[in-house]
Design a protein around this ligand. Sequence first.
Ligand code: PMV
Length: 325
Amino acid sequence: MGVGPARSTGLAPAKAILVGEHFVVSGATAIAIAINLYAKASASLAPRGSISISAQGFGMHGEGAGALRASGSEAGPFGPLISMTKAFLERYGIDQGVDIRLSSEIPLSAGLGSSAAIAVSILAALSSLFGIRLGREEMFDLAFVSERILHGSPSGIDHATSIYGGAIAYSPSGGFRRLSVDREISLVIGDTLRRRSTREQVLKVQDFLKRNPEIAREAFERIRGISEGAIFCLEGGDMEGLGKLMNENQYLLSKVGASSEELDRLIEASLKAGAFGAKLTGAGGGGCMIALGPPEALGAIEESIRRAGAIPYRVRMDSVGFRAG
Ligand code: PMV
């Protein structure tokens, strides 16, 4: 452990799941890319025993949280992040307090992995502050501390993607694999601004699958082909093929109750505007959808999402993952 700067910063990207959400909870392979919307943390030394976290603003569209502040207590709004910070300090035997300030442009509770990116940005800032070279596996374990408290039993794909950057394939039995994608990927995200709980959405879909074993069996068979096909398309640069698989995946997500009328409307509008494929991303039921299209159609897709009453963000893949400084 060396001595770091007086105030250090960490930056971590959001993620978008391209295929496989929900089904990954029961064993399927999901594929996500890191995207260029970021959470930022800055950390400085504080008196021994004192951990304080404050937010200067979350999201780009009115979620606010400008006044959100928590000090030390694991029962407060930043409790999971405070638990994670304590786990970091304990793991490295640091007998020192910290003051953490957060800001993030990632919409909250919208399917883009904002909580995971915030956790990763804090770990990046802390590692720089204390001069610790934090390996990616160690960072993954530590970020799980807050993600588990927040989401129950998350698959881990959110913070793995934020840490590693690029495109990640994940299954509960096979773990994570970074895909080799050497072309730029641009997406249009449509944010319904309807916030929902990942935990509740996961319970709802798992319940549906349990009550409808025939639909579940068929869906899992199809999702296996979709995920395998998506890896092939991503690594081979076939964006049109990937778009078709996203459409097939959306059909299945709709069938198991993960979509919503609003998401369906944005998806239809994007396809009409020239998208290769469009689907909900993350837990669904609100939150965000994504559309993949040829570069020349992205402007029209953004406009169609805006006209359908949602907020479009044009994003591209972040290949770097977290940064510390
Ligand atoms: O909505 P998000 O960003 O929390 O993504 C949830 C993805 C799920 O597959 C539904 C759950 C998980 O833990 O993988």
